[in-house]
Design a protein around this ligand. Structure first.
Ligand SMILES: [Cu+2]
Length: 312
């Protein structure tokens, strides 16, 4: 498997490229100033060092042209940085106009919900995007302030309750891109990972069609027992699965859980065994998270895992 992308210095969208370009320009200007200043200081310290018997040096003050010069040069540098920054901001987040968002991102403590329109589909913790298309993401929050940030693909955008923000991303490389919540949002902030899967438009369309359909439950004995347990326990108060009477919105949609790469926003890799362990003791893997310990037996957790992993 290819390693996921995770570096601000390795941009894979025009938006991330603009930001990286600005960073390198700023860094070059700062490097030139740093070398010039430290170089002059070092030269002066060496060239005009005190020798035994030297008189008190000549005192100079109030040189107009020099003062004007060292006010003008930094002002000019700041002006250049201001213009470049404003230009980058416009490139990265141009006005939205009448454009409808392609996906709505809803940040939760401590996971991500992705709502697609037409055909309506909901996904959790794994954002799928088509390669090459310039997408508008609406960034919102269900509770506190979070921040959506995938360094390779674009800018950061705060998820502020009641005040949606917009973010443009045009992925130019297929693959998996990792990001994270970039605004401290409580206990499990550090384990609120973002996983973006960029795929060909055809693969994306197929994924979206599949995601929009109610999943087919497994037909093996363990899977069937698990399905009954899921309906009988408290799970459906917090989780939804299309085609069943589970409509909870507190936790991630579990409709196509079996197709996700990780569990609990990147805390565990998604295997039946890891899922069983998660169900037995969520607080062990993500202390403080809003999924309570359901007091399951090992056999029950195994059956539930078979059911959830078997949903296709
Ligand atoms: Cu956070």
């Amino acid at each position: 498997m290819q390693m996921p992308h995770t570096s601000v210095l390795d941009p894979h969208s025009p938006q991330a490229q603009s930001i990286a370009r600005l960073f390198y320009i700023d860094l070059s200007i700062a490097a030139v100033i740093f070398l010039l200043v430290t170089g002059l200081v070092a030269f002066a310290a060496w060239r005009f060092r005190a020798r035994p018997g030297d008189p008190e040096p000549y005192q100079e003050s109030g040189v107009r042209w020099l003062e004007a010069l060292w006010t003008a040069i930094p002002s000019l540098i700041l002006l250049v940085l201001l213009v470049l920054t404003a230009k980058t901001m416009l490139e990265v987040n141009p006005p939205v106009g009448k454009r409808k968002p392609d996906v709505t991102v809803v940040a939760h403590q401590w996971w991500w919900e992705y709502r697609y329109g037409d055909p309506a589909a909901v996904a959790a913790n794994e954002l799928h995007m088509p390669l090459g298309e310039n997408w508008l993401l609406l960034i919102s929050s269900a509770d506190v302030i979070h921040d959506f940030w995938v360094p390779d693909l674009g800018a950061k955008m705060d998820a502020i309750p009641g005040h949606p923000g917009y973010l443009w991303i045009q992925p130019r490389q297929a693959g998996t891109f990792l990001g994270t919540c970039a605004e401290y949002c409580g206990t499990d902030h550090a384990t609120m990972g973002i996983r973006v899967v960029v795929e060909s438009p055809a693969d994306f369309a197929a994924w979206r069609q599949h995601q929009a359909r109610a999943p087919v439950p497994p037909s093996d004995a363990a899977g069937i027992r698990g399905g009954r347990l899921f309906a009988a326990r408290t799970c459906r108060n917090c989780h939804s699965i299309a085609g069943t009477d589970a409509h909870g919105r507190v936790g991630p949609d579990l409709g196509h859980l079996g197709e996700r790469a990780t569990l609990a926003a990147g805390v565990l890799t998604n295997t039946p065994d890891q899922l069983r362990r998660w169900l037995l003791d969520p607080q062990h893997f993500k202390p403080g998270c809003h999924m309570p310990d359901a007091g399951l037996t090992d056999a029950e957790a195994r059956d539930l895992a078979s059911y959830l992993e078997g949903l296709r």
